[in-house]
Design a protein. Structure first.
Length: 289
């Protein structure tokens, strides 16, 4: 099982997403294609990315995957941000808590065509894993699946930042310092990184309200897999607080990204596909060409 609670994606999803890049990565002599997958916590991004890796393996196409989560700043770097800018930046999640320069390095190395060590973040220790534990992408990669909760996101207008969206912002960011910092970070180098995405897919939750349930499923699975070492697993109160860090931008993505994503996959609260949207066209599940 994956973190999303799904063993495999909906059978309609894999071919629809693969078709965004399939012709280009199958053609001889091409370079690296980057497929971005955006979606809220627990929506099935990792499940889909792994299925895409399996499809590429079956077709003998060199491919690899990278999560935006694996680009988080180290714990020491986030502690410094928390001390110098705002305490909420100690918590990984929002733009400004990632090492975007490391992302550029990985992309450049993949484009050069050699085998590339891929960074990994250890959520149990809340820190970057030692480089000796990083997997290595194969030489000559034709596809990078780049997935993450805010991959491809665009910043909010300044006016939208004025009012808090939840209790966390109201109590712990009353002056808006944290949310402005995250928004300014997103407007900067993140946009240069996301500009390298050749095709963008959004796995669209029916609303932010389902994220709590999806994240709780992940935590239960972590507890089951960790057994007696499950001290880092969050309870309901911990999850309720944690997801508030993501609420503002998740709501913005769900409202803004469908109008420009190459493919939007509308999900219900059980992660079943409701419809595909390609540009301005909507196809009920089972009818996309």
């Amino acid at each position: 099982m994956t973190g999303s609670g799904q063993a495999r994606p909906d059978p309609e999803m894999l071919p629809a997403v693969f078709d965004l890049v399939g012709a280009r990565i199958s053609a001889p002599g091409g370079g690296l294609e980057v497929l971005g997958i955006c979606g809220s916590q627990g929506c099935g991004k990792t499940t889909l990315a792994r299925a895409l890796m399996q499809r590429c393996a079956e077709l003998r196409i060199p491919a690899t995957m990278l999560s935006l989560d694996d680009l988080y700043l180290t714990k020491r770097e986030r502690e410094r941000l928390g001390r110098d800018v705002h305490p909420l930046l100690r918590t990984r999640g929002v733009p400004g808590t990632h090492d975007v320069a490391l992302g550029f390095e990985v992309l450049a190395a993949l484009q050069d065509g050699g085998p590339v060590p891929l960074p990994r973040f250890d959520k149990a220790s809340d820190d970057r894993a030692p480089q000796t534990d990083w997997p290595v992408a194969p030489a000559g990669c034709r596809l990078l699946v780049f997935e993450g909760w805010c991959v491809g996101a665009r910043p909010q207008p300044a006016q939208a930042l004025l009012a808090p969206v939840n209790a966390l912002e109201e109590a712990e960011d009353p002056q808006g310092i944290w949310r402005r910092y995250a928004n300014e970070a997103l407007a900067g180098d993140y946009q240069r990184l996301f500009a390298r995405i050749d095709a963008l897919t959004l796995l669209a939750a029916p609303g932010f309200e389902v994220v709590f349930d999806w994240r709780m499923q992940q935590e239960r699975q972590l507890r089951e897999s960790a057994g007696t070492g499950a001290s880092a697993v969050m309870d309901e109160a911990g999850v309720a607080r944690f997801i508030q860090h993501y609420e503002r931008l998740t709501r913005h993505i769900l409202a803004e990204m469908p109008g420009r994503a190459d493919l939007t996959v509308r999900l219900d609260r059980n992660r079943a596909i409701v419809a595909f949207e390609c540009g301005r066209k909507t196809f009920p599940n089972g009818s996309i060409d």
